[in-house]
Design a protein around this ligand. Structure first.
Ligand code: PMV
Length: 325
């Protein structure tokens, strides 16, 4: 019998606290439910026991047993397999695995974590182990894959794509994480603008680390400022002070500029969004390119979208974060 198993996971935006979150400060992230990665697994008994990985979006086909150690799809399958009891590992043979993503790569929208999480969810479905696809387990396994690519990920990406809810996130001393899923008091609208420039997170994270090593006091002050802003933002979210959240986004952007993770292209889009009436705007994710986000009053959505396109955005997406009201 041939049957397919399909699973998806969302992209994410970081509303507050990227980079500083790597150094133990709190951060706030949200899933982007309509921008998703999808993994489909189809058993194929004629593969001689092998597993074929297809990523048609990037024109790639690779056999699992020939994929290099750092190959992202292979890493997700291998990490999943290593976590299965030995008696169940033979279930991972004779498979076609196909992955698609609506998320631009290396753009701060968590495309890597979404692809890994979708794939691990599909694998858990295939071997009939829903206990590997609970938010906590899925997040743990996705984090193992993230570590191979990023070196020192905070864990915020895998957390938000696995829980599929807005989260307050903090990496505590000793590696423990504090994860608090929440629903904001009031709904709000975010526009995401893509600079079209791919910027690997690993590089901006590495640069921040080097600057912190050279100038620890200055960088720790910047990280603390981001933490303070994220805490204020939490109160604003919990009490529905949306316009104040916008001001805090602008303050967070100013600190990210001091950390040197912004870029002229990001700033062009951020300025355009603010001029068109956004309450606030900032880069989201690793920076240096990728995406920016703007918090926009409902009645100005079209105006801000036009402003972003006119300023050179290569993609503009709208996402509404649901509130309790
Ligand atoms: O660029 P992204 O989407 O991978 O976001 C990474 C967020 C950082 O804080 C820059 C890194 C991290 O591990 O938290």
């Amino acid at each position: 019998m041939t049957f397919s198993v399909k699973a998806t996971a969302p992209g994410k935006i970081i509303l507050f606290g990227e980079h500083a979150v790597v150094y133990g400060q709190p951060a706030i992230a949200m899933p982007v439910a309509h921008l998703r990665a999808t993994a489909e697994i189809t058993p194929n008994p004629s593969l001689g026991g092998r597993v074929l990985l297809h990523a048609p979006d990037v024109g790639e086909d690779v056999w699992l047993d020939q994929a290099p150690a750092g190959h992202p799809l292979a890493a997700a399958v291998r990490i999943f397999a290593q976590n299965l009891p030995p008696a169940e590992q033979n279930l991972l043979s004779n498979l076609n695995i196909t992955v698609h993503s609506q998320l631009p790569i290396a753009s701060g929208l968590g495309s890597g974590a979404a692809i890994s999480a979708a794939l691990i969810r599909a694998l858990a479905g295939l071997v009939n182990r829903p206990d590997y696809a609970t938010p906590a387990q899925l997040s743990r396994l996705t984090y193992e894959v993230e570590r191979l690519h990023h070196g020192t990920p905070s864990g915020i990406d895998n957390t938000v794509v696995s829980y599929e809810q807005p989260v307050f996130f903090q990496r505590l001393a000793g590696g423990e994480v504090k994860i608090e899923p929440f629903a904001p008091h009031t709904p709000f609208t975010i526009l995401i603008g893509n600079t079209g420039i791919a910027a690997p997170t690993k590089e901006s994270v590495g640069d921040v680390r080097r600057q912190w090593q050279v100038n620890p006091a200055a960088f720790e002050a910047l990280f603390n400022e981001c933490g303070w802003i994220a805490r204020q933002a939490r109160t604003a979210l919990e009490t529905g002070q949306i316009a104040h959240m916008g001001e805090l986004m602008n303050q967070n952007q100013a600190v990210l500029e001091k950390m040197t993770v912004s870029s002229p292209e990001l700033e062009r889009l951020i300025t355009a969004a603010r001029s068109a009436g956004a309450w606030g705007a900032k880069l989201s994710g690793g920076g240096r390119g990728g995406n920016m986000i703007a918090l926009v009053p409902e009645e100005l959505v079209e105006q801000v979208k036009e402003g972003l396109w006119a300023a050179g955005a290569t993609g503009v997406w709208q996402t509404v974060v649901q509130g309790q009201k």
